[in-house]
Design a protein. Structure first.
Length: 223
């Protein structure tokens, strides 16, 4: 089983790099692209340690050459299958690599402001109608809190668009997030500006930089 980490346009010295499960990381020649892979008897399960090892390999390669990152979970039965699938998308993947390879990704995450939790009625008390009304009220409150967090995020980070090539809004596990695609040479300047933008708001969190996973998963036009 071939586990795929990233694609590059040129060979890279891996220097004994180890990846998921401690497996040796190597290159597979895929024509105009090189695939960074490790080989496993079975597909690595989606464990936190495996995801972190995957990310560490991608980051190490990206520090050396322009890199198109691949999210954890891309696996192929053998090298021939891998080459075939990459070959089918050679032009698109090469274009993505040229577009993203010298960029990094930052994210600003917003969590809803903490609110006092309403006391829960003991099991078996109250009517079914009262329970449904209570649940609807909780859902409405959660939607309002998420919308307020989204508005705060957009307001506080409005100036960051000028230093980013693309942005992508999404709903994260803890609230709304905005991802920013930034040229690597401007990463420190962006980090300083973003840190200033979120300063003083404990519900806003700046994260990154890391390889541009979010934008690698999008079409080349950024739609």
């Amino acid at each position: 089983m071939i586990h795929l980490y990233a694609l590059t346009a040129e060979p890279v010295a891996l220097g004994g790099l180890r990846g998921v499960g401690g497996a040796a990381v190597r290159l597979v020649d895929c024509g105009s692209l090189c695939a960074v892979v490790s080989e496993h008897e079975q597909a690595p399960p989606a464990l936190t340690g495996h995801a972190l090892a995957h990310a560490a390999v991608v980051a190490a390669v990206a520090r050396t050459v322009p890199t198109l990152p691949v999210r954890f979970g891309s696996r192929h039965g053998d090298e021939q299958t891998l080459r075939g699938r990459i070959g089918q998308r050679q032009g698109q993947l090469s274009a993505q690599l040229r577009r993203l390879g010298r960029h990094v990704e930052f994210a600003v995450r917003a969590a809803p402001e903490p609110e006092a939790q309403p006391s829960q009625a003991r099991a078996g008390t109250g009517s079914g109608r009262a329970y449904l009304q209570r649940r609807l009220g909780q859902q409405q409150a959660a939607r309002c809190a998420a919308e307020a967090a989204r508005h705060r995020l957009r307001t506080r980070t409005a100036a960051l668009g000028g230093l980013s090539v693309l942005t992508s809004e999404r709903d994260g596990p803890r609230g709304p997030e905005t991802a920013y695609l930034v040229e690597a040479e401007h990463a420190e300047r962006f980090r300083a500006l973003a840190a200033e933008a979120v300063a003083g708001d404990p519900c806003l969190l700046l994260a990154g930089p890391w390889p541009p996973y979010t934008f690698a998963a999008q079409p080349a036009d950024g739609a």
